[in-house]
Design a protein around this ligand. Structure first.
Ligand SMILES: C[S@@+](CC[C@H](N)C(=O)[O-])C[C@H]1O[C@@H](n2cnc3c(N)ncnc32)[C@H](O)[C@@H]1O
Length: 243
């Protein structure tokens, strides 16, 4: 799939990105992790919305990393446009090997990407770079329940990276040294809001005669919505790095 084109009409690359950013800003503010002396990392930062919002709201320095060049370019453009170049650094990096020293940041966010990067490796990296007592905010898809028996072909294959129900997911985080303090379940409307701009791209593609691309988008995301409605939850987790 041409992801850059699919997501051309949105800066949000996962479900409820803005809700997770708002939860992260509230948690970090409450924990006193704001101000110019604090540094945070947003891992797999996509088009840079979280990095810029966190830097603006908290007045802190933020490192935004991702490994996909097109979104790094989008992040850099956003940072320049918002005049945040003195506070937000955009770097190419793999979430499995973050380019930071142990305990060097006050907090980390990883929005919609931990399962994609790889669990538990990403949690071990987040726990390594965040100082003791710091905060880690992640959002991800978890199993609400699993299908009993085989599902029909209209369901496709569920993505292999979705592995855990929430209690197991929290246990894996805890084993890496990240103790959950709060979990927030996103409403189903966050899935619909996430998919709406992609369906707009599909409509435009169909209108301009690109039926195959339109079908790919509509069918692919219809399957995702079907799984979400029946079997998946989208959650934001606020965790503390064990001291
Ligand atoms: C679902 S998107 C979420 C992006 C952003 N956090 C947001 O909410 O809009 C996942 C992001 O993870 C990035 N990504 C995937 N694997 C990665 C890896 N191993 N290291 C760093 N980034 C990765 C992708 O390039 C993409 O930008």
């Amino acid at each position: 799939m041409d992801f850059a084109r699919a997501f051309a009409k949105t800066d949000y690359l996962t479900v409820g990105t803005q809700r997770t950013i708002d939860l992260a800003i509230a948690a970090l503010t409450q924990a006193g992790l704001s101000g110019k002396d604090q540094c945070l990392i947003d891992v797999a930062g996509g088009k840079g919305v979280a990095g810029c919002d966190l830097a603006s709201a908290l007045g802190c320095a933020v490192v935004v990393c991702d490994r996909y060049p097109p979104v790094l370019a989008d992040s850099e453009a956003r940072v320049r446009r918002l005049g945040l170049a003195d506070r937000v650094a955009v770097v190419a990096a793999d979430g499995q090997r973050l380019p930071l020293r142990d305990g060097s940041v006050a907090a980390a966010t990883c929005i919609g990407a931990a399962s994609i990067i790889g669990i538990p490796r990403i949690f071990e990296e987040l726990a390594r770079v965040v100082r003791r007592g710091g905060l880690v905010v992640v959002s991800d898809v978890v199993w609400r329940e699993r299908p009993i028996g085989p599902v029909g072909s209209e369901w496709g294959e569920p993505p292999a990276e979705i592995q855990h129900a929430l209690p197991e997911y929290l246990s894996v985080m805890a084993a890496a040294g990240l103790q959950a303090e709060a979990t927030h379940q996103h409403p189903y409307s966050d899935w619909e809001d996430y998919i709406a701009p992609i369906m707009e791209v599909a409509r435009e593609a169909r209108a301009s005669g690109e039926g195959e691309f339109a079908d790919e988008l509509e069918e692919g995301f219809a399957v995702e919505l079907r799984w979400a409605a029946a079997y998946w939850d989208y959650v934001t987790i606020v965790a503390r790095r064990a001291s």
